[in-house]
Write a protein that binds this ligand. Structure first.
Ligand code: ASP
Length: 453
């Protein structure tokens, strides 16, 4: 299977007939593209919501959109889902009456409450794959619909956050080697040992693609999306930023930050184990070479990109003698852990520590956390500081390259920008500067000019 390619097409690449036509062209351009994993239709010019969200809205009787303050009833979502698939079938000129009948039955099927959201959420991928496979055949590409249940893609019973059970890899390999032509596979879900549908976390079709690539030992995993690749800096902040042609798995992990996540992290894990390169490409711009993610590369540059994280807060705790108190930081972190809050950096001095976390996760809990720390730790200083931005230059070329931090700090000094927090781990492939948010744009510009441009 070494020469074969797994291609995964995201929601925007399969959102309407015009997009699916592009997918067909891409698949037929290279005969190694034998395994096609598809998402449910995403947003398009006439649909403001993803089909998966409508399906979850049906399962939760309208609660899903209500929680987002959107006035979309379950009935409206039902009409949207059925209407979307009917339109796809009509626009692609394929036979699909039976598909709509099966979909209708699934949408009305009685499923126990705790399994209902997963079952319905998976139907977008399930029926989009069937439609795409029929369209391929109609266009002369020999294709077979291969469902997770057909290939033994077995998952744990963690509904809405399922994991693949390792026996699946052998099952998948056996099934897919027997398919003649292109296998069209719905992403995002698997089947539990009891035969129920369970979905991965949101965006999980990337994960299906990565797991299939791993199982069949693919030569390449292509991830087709609607952006040209991973940019040096988020282009919404710096328009002239360019796509990075080659990155290591470690670098992409450091570069992807909230709001700029092109790729689901879990999807990389197994590809990394088998050194399967992941190629991020744009379905709408074949001229762009995309970003290829590999295990190793020879760095030509010191810094490849700069990640930006906004909305960071930090908890600052200071107590005389904390530096000699065994377990002080550990105990502090367990308070945060009890609230299920993710933390990201922990810069310390001798008797104090700052714990950096996502500001949005703090809503409604900051006062409680303060009260507990006040009571159990008797700190001399205790405060939450908000509206911090972390900028993190990244690049494997930075290791053992003296002076990068000096350059960065000088660029900021020249702009009169104060750095509030500094952190660098021993891996030396990235460092982190924290600023008050009002400095963020000019700090990013200054670092970009000095370290990348
Ligand atoms: N359709 C699912 C979602 O919207 C999975 C995916 O598109 O990857 O999260």
């Amino acid at each position: 299977m070494k020469s074969s390619i797994v291609c995964k097409f995201g929601g925007s690449s399969v959102s309407c007939a015009e997009q699916i036509t592009k997918v067909k062209d891409i698949v037929s351009q290279n005969k190694e593209r034998q395994y096609v994993v598809v998402s449910a239709p995403g947003k398009d010019s006439s649909h403001a919501e993803k089909l998966t969200d409508h399906l979850i809205n049906i399962a939760t009787d309208g609660k899903h959109f209500r929680l987002q303050h959107k006035d979309i009833s379950a009935q409206k979502s039902y009409n949207e889902v059925v209407g979307k698939f009917k339109k796809l079938i009509a626009d692609l000129s394929i036979e699909g009456k039976d598909v709509i009948e099966k979909l209708g039955k699934d949408l009305k099927k009685p499923v126990p409450e705790e399994k209902k959201t997963d079952f319905l959420a998976s139907r977008g991928e399930r029926y989009n794959a069937e439609i795409i496979s029929r369209y391929f055949n109609k266009q002369g590409i020999l294709a077979e619909l291969v469902l997770p249940e057909d290939m033994g893609l077995l998952v744990s019973e963690d509904f809405s956050n399922a994991n693949v059970i390792p026996v699946s890899y052998r099952n998948i390999r056996e099934k897919l080697t027997s398919v003649e032509g292109v296998s069209v596979i719905p992403g995002f879900y698997g089947i539990t040992a009891k035969g129920d549908v369970a979905v991965f976390s949101r965006g999980g079709s990337d994960f299906t693609g990565g797991e299939i690539a791993f199982a069949i030992e693919a030569a390449l995993y292509e991830n087709w999306t609607d952006t040209d690749g991973i940019y040096q800096v988020d282009p919404r902040h710096i328009a002239e930023a360019k796509v990075i042609p080659r990155l290591t798995y470690k670098e992409i992990r450091l570069l992807s930050s909230k709001g700029f996540d092109v790729f689901h992290y879990d999807a990389m894990v197994n590809c990394k184990k088998r050194n399967i390169p992941i190629h991020i490409r744009n379905t709408n711009n074949l001229a762009s070479e995309g970003t290829i993610i590999v295990s190793e590369r020879v760095p030509e540059e010191v810094v490849v990109g700069i990640a930006r994280k906004d909305n960071i807060a930090y908890l600052y705790v200071e107590r005389d003698g904390a530096g000699e108190t065994i377990g002080f930081v550990h105990d502090l972190l367990s308070v945060i852990k009890d609230y299920g809050i993710e933390t990201c950096h922990y810069p310390t001095d001798r008797d104090d520590v700052a714990i950096l976390l996502n500001q949005d996760d703090m809503v409604g809990t900051a006062e409680d956390i303060k009260e507990i720390i006040e009571k159990d730790f008797k700190p001399d200083t205790l405060e939450f500081n908000y509206n911090i931005t972390i900028l993190s230059p990244v690049g494997i070329g930075m290791k053992n390259h003296p002076g990068v931090i000096a350059e960065a700090a000088t660029a900021l000094k020249e702009q009169n920008i104060n750095i509030e927090i500094i952190n660098q781990g021993p891996a030396q492939i990235s460092f982190h500067f924290g600023f008050q948010n009002f400095y963020a744009d000019s700090a990013l510009q200054a670092l970009y000019e000095r370290l990348i441009k």
